[in-house]
Design a protein around this ligand. Structure first.
Ligand code: HOZ
Length: 435
């Protein structure tokens, strides 16, 4: 049955039922063109589509799969949890055990709540910040993406940037006006925002390393300055570590940067590839959440036993392997530097931004330190690069404004295959440009 299906026929069918034929916009390949492969399976660093093509995968389900596809320990944890029941809507001991692991990795999280997606985590953290401070305004950064809650869809990255949607219809002007958005890495704009709105900003929310405008790291002192100013003004600092949480290291960017946010949002890796996310932070703040406090937030599938089992298995495996992150970093460094070299040697203007095991290749020779810089990248060239790589069996994020993710299962063989594909792709783009 599978052999008679093509990616095109699968897309034609799915378009009858889903907008764009997909269940999350970037998957439709609108920014890069072509037909998205419909995936039937994944193992380790590779995925296979309905036509039987194998790809080295650098999407990794958009970040969760740091241990690769179908990790045997995660699968066995999922299987044994499922055999005992798939959902109870009641507390389980397993939730507390996962919470203990999270607190060990993130000392700034004293108390937490499990939810099912990163969007739920950030949306709830923002509500809590407003409820706790009795203030209204939220400050975010242009090109940072914190899920699709109304108040956070202002100047957002990820799919919003990919599709060039400046203001999302359906978000009321009243809601949007409570979100201030300023450029990332801009000390002056931050200072000005706090001067203008002193005493009214409930929270500053940011990806401490951005992944949704492509990868962009904070410049020296930027996170520290934000921490100092928020403390001084009495507004909360929310780190959205949905992408970076258990990816940059076992304790996220906050551990590497030695910054303690008031609230942290986690997702992706923490769920081991299943829908689980977390928001948490200082006990005093989290005690404002219902039923201990009046800020309401709930969810039927929150703390779902299968997701909790998958997350626990993933975190235990990462915690038990002290060399995991060092090796992952070395692999990513080797791979990304070789890609950069392959392109530059062929005369392409490129900038590589890498943070841990996340990287983005921008088609510009200039530094990329914020969203305006990222938008200067030649997205037409990016699309050609993306399609070329796909045709040579390399599955990259189908947007300039996303991060590529490397997993612990990407080994020399996959790296070599990727570099060869890159050399061919750059040559082809060049030949095509000059013909
Ligand atoms: N917003 C996700 C990337 N930053 C994409 C989610 C998806 O398409 O699965």
């Amino acid at each position: 049955m599978i052999s008679s299906i093509t990616n095109q026929s699968a897309l034609d069918e799915s378009r009858k039922y889903f907008p764009g034929g997909v269940n999350s916009p970037v998957r439709a390949f609108k920014a890069v063109g072509g037909v998205p492969p419909f995936i039937v399976s994944g193992k380790g660093p590779c995925i296979t589509d309905v036509e039987g093509h194998h790809y080295v995968d650098y999407v990794g389900s958009w970040g969760p799969l740091i241990l690769g596809h179908a990790d045997k320990d995660i699968i066995s944890a999922i299987t044994s949890a499922a055999e005992k029941g798939t959902s109870f809507g009641a507390p389980t001991v397993a939730e507390t055990q996962l919470a203990e692991l999270i607190v060990k990795a993130f000392p700034a999280i004293e108390k937490m709540r499990f939810v099912s997606s990163g969007t739920e985590a950030t949306m709830s953290a923002v509500r809590l910040a407003r409820g706790y401070t009795n203030r209204t305004l939220i400050l975010k950064f242009e090109g940072c993406y914190h899920g699709h809650a109304d108040s956070l869809l202002v100047s957002a990255g990820s799919g919003v940037a990919t599709l060039g949607i400046p203001d999302c219809p359906g978000v009321t002007p009243q809601t949007a006006s409570c979100t201030i958005s300023i450029p990332f890495n801009d000390f002056e704009a931050f200072d000005m925002a706090f001067k203008t709105h002193r005493g009214h900003i409930a929270a500053v929310i940011l990806e401490p390393v951005c992944g949704n405008m492509g990868v962009v790291e904070p410049v020296e002192g930027f996170l520290k300055m934000i921490r100092e100013k928020t403390l001084e003004d009495g507004s909360l600092l929310i780190f959205d570590e949905v992408m970076t949480g258990f990816r940059s290291c076992f304790g996220g960017v906050q551990t590497l940067a030695c910054i303690e946010p008031d609230l942290t949002c986690l997702g992706k890796v923490v769920g081991g590839g299943l829908p689980l996310a977390v928001y948490g932070g200082k006990r005093e703040i989290m005690n404002r959440i219902a039923p201990d406090g009046p800020v309401y937030q709930a969810g039927t599938l929150s703390g779902n036993p299968i997701a909790v089992a998958a997350g626990t298995a993933a975190l235990k495996k990462l915690a038990d392997n002290p060399d995991f992150y060092t090796n992952l970093l070395a692999t990513t460094e080797k791979l990304s530097e070789s890609l950069l070299k392959a392109g530059r040697n062929r005369g392409f203007d490129l900038t590589l931004n890498r943070s841990g095991s996340m990287f983005t290749l921008f088609f510009t020779k200039d530094q990329v330190r914020n969203f305006s810089d990222a938008k200067k990248s030649d997205t037409v060239k990016f699309a050609k690069w993306f399609r070329g790589m796909l045709s040579h069996g390399i599955y990259l994020p189908p947007s300039q404004f996303e991060a590529a993710f490397v997993s612990g299962t990407h080994k020399q063989e996959e790296i070599d295959r990727t570099i060869q594909a890159a050399e061919k792709t750059f040559d082809e783009i060049k030949a095509h440009t000059h013909s």
